[in-house]
Ligand binder design. Sequence first.
Ligand SMILES: [Zn+2]
Length: 217
Amino acid sequence: MKNNVSFDIISEGVNKRPICGAFGFSTSILLHDGDKHILFDTGSYGIRNKIKELIENNAISCLVLSHLHFDHCANIDLFKNIPIYVSKRELESLNEDKDINTYKALGFFINMFDLQFLSDSMQISPNVKAFYTPGHTAGHFSLGFECEGKKIIAAGDAVKSAMEYTSGELVTKPFDMISLKKTIDLIKNNFDVIIPGHQSPFSISNPIDKDVILTSF
Ligand SMILES: [Zn+2]
């Protein structure tokens, strides 16, 4: 991995919950590697206009989905003509009843997309690599890259927030706790900065639990 990837945070995930249910705001990031522009997760339905605008401006070359929980892929129907990277194992979850947060309706129209299957260490672009990070879900993937000399991982829900990372207390029950622990060790041992699934980026050496800042767009 080289030092020429930059990124924009399209939507910053929210790490707070109402008394009942969830806000459903996850982090959505646009990575720029030369002329390739990789969107990592579509965010919630609430940022649909922003995602649509990026697509209309040809600002997205491909979409990579960390996993198929509703809050990470809610706007997938906007990506009819753009390659979508997702793991095969994650697609299988559409036919399972194990996890209430899986966007199961997607199973009814999944065949309309240009799907590419993710594999561990796959290069999405010359300087952006996919990492198999199971545990939160069975087929979860993250993206690793370097930016300004730091090794960064767009972690999706492998790490949802700094608080979860430091305390180890999980807000939602993982698919598999043992593989999640291995995933967190992999992240800890290989990266400097985490872009979590429901918060702003933080440094592994100084994980600060920031208050939520709702950005305007
Ligand atoms: Zn999730």
